[in-house]
Design a protein around this ligand. Structure first.
Ligand SMILES: Nc1nc2c(ncn2[C@@H]2O[C@H](COP(=O)(O)OP(=O)(O)OP(=O)(O)O)[C@@H](O)[C@H]2O)c(=O)[nH]1
Ligand SMILES: [Mg+2]
Length: 367
């Protein structure tokens, strides 16, 4: 096998060189980002290095008419199959990365443009198109493309944890100001009392905002549920003691600017994270992606369970939520979609999220 290193300013550029030297049958042996050039160790540029191999025999083989060749034994069969699998993988990579080498069909191009316009990151769009390309015959009907995209997006998220079942006694909600923490807590508590027949209590540690305790007391009053206010860890522990008799305890926290680390420390000083509790980070779907990322990263020192995304009704797209979940490998428990307590909340699965992302697809353009 002939082996050679290729360099490019980006992966597509390096792959284009591989393709031009070795053709579509090249085997990619490794790829990495390297630092190159510079002066006295400074100003080095990042480059992509791809090590590719080309087996001359395999190239000749592929040029012959395609017909099954009987193999002497099962071991050889496995070896040939492995090469063919690798070739088809490399072909997919080359087709994907070499600009203009494999133009998307108009329908797939429409799908890519729909998802990109919604804000799904290019790497996820590419992954989706590659898996559709690998697994399916060319698709032409819009409904069929939508269904397939939902299935494949679901597969991309299927290893993340989704949904929620109440198994722990304490439920903590954290998140930036005004994202809907208190309203969401009231929705969850309302569902527990009205639909499941459980008893609930509330603890609030939000003693920063005027009216925050009153807001929670209003919801608690409707549910005939007790409310405890905690200013510090001692109060918090006492509050838990006082609420021993209820099935579930919902803990509201103050909305702070969690781009600032000190506020995370404040939370740790008041809340007992050792406790048998579910911890949810509440993020609004209307937030900017970069802000969601920073907030998530700042919270990553806490034992976060899943995310609750709010205000779906105020946005056109779930794409940034999907970008965040795929990047951080964290799933979502609930999505809220309105101000009505307790109705405007739903548990979610990977499939729901994928359907939501593809919701506007058939409404746009011709079928
Ligand atoms: N449109 C819409 N509004 C929502 C949703 N959830 C909450 N809200 C509204 O968002 C506003 C803020 O809600 P809160 O529950 O007070 O938010 P919070 O995160 O507790 O706010 P702080 O405690 O001040 O940080 C209220 O007007 C809610 O009615 C939702 O899913 N959709
Ligand atoms: Mg609140």
């Amino acid at each position: 096998m002939k082996i050679k290193k290729f360099h490019g300013a980006s992966m597509p550029e390096a792959m284009a060189k591989v393709r031009s030297d070795f053709g579509a049958d090249a085997l990619i042996l490794s790829s990495k980002v390297i630092k190159h050039g510079g002066f006295l160790g400074l100003f080095k540029k990042e480059m992509t290095e791809v090590v590719a191999g080309m087996d001359p025999d395999v190239r000749v083989e592929r040029k012959k008419p395609q017909r099954p060749v009987p193999l002497p034994n099962a071991e050889n069969n496995g070896g040939q199959q492995k090469i063919l699998d690798e070739l088809s993988h490399v072909k997919a990579l080359l087709q994907k990365d070499a600009p203009g080498s494999h133009p998307l069909s108009p329908k797939m191009d429409q799908l890519a443009r729909y998802l990109t316009s919604r804000g799904l990151k290019e790497e996820h769009v590419q992954n989706l198109l590659s898996s559709i390309d690998e697994k399916y015959e060319p698709l032409s009907r819009k409904e069929e493309i939508k269904k397939t995209a939902v299935e494949e997006l679901t597969v991309m998220m299927e290893e993340l944890p989704f949904g929620h079942v109440f198994q722990k006694r304490y439920v903590h909600l954290f998140g930036p100001t005004g994202v809907g923490k208190t309203t969401t807590l009231a929705k969850l508590a309302g569902d527990a009392v009205l639909n499941k027949g459980w008893t609930v209590g509330f603890i609030t540690t939000d003693t920063y905002r005027i009216g925050a305790v009153e807001q929670l007391k209003t919801y608690a009053g409707i549910l005939h549920a007790p409310v405890e206010v905690a200013y510090n860890m001692d109060d918090y522990r006492k509050a838990k003691e006082n609420l021993k008799g209820v099935d579930l305890v919902f803990i509201d926290t103050a909305g702070r600017n969690y781009r600032n680390h000190t506020f995370i420390k404040d939370l740790q000083e008041i809340i007992d994270f050792e406790e048998e509790a579910d911890h949810f980070l509440v993020l609004s779907l209307t937030s900017k992606y970069v802000d969601m990322q920073t907030i998530y990263e700042n919270f990553s020192s806490l034992p976060l369970g899943k995310i609750i995304f709010t205000k779906e009704d105020e946005t056109l797209t779930m794409a940034d939520a999907v970008n965040l979940m795929l990047e951080k490998r964290l799933g979502a428990a609930y999505i809220t979609n309105g101000q009505d307590v307790p109705d405007d909340i739903q548990t979610v699965s990977a499939g729901n999220i994928a359907s939501r992302l593809m919701k506007g697809y058939t409404d746009e353009g011709s079928s």
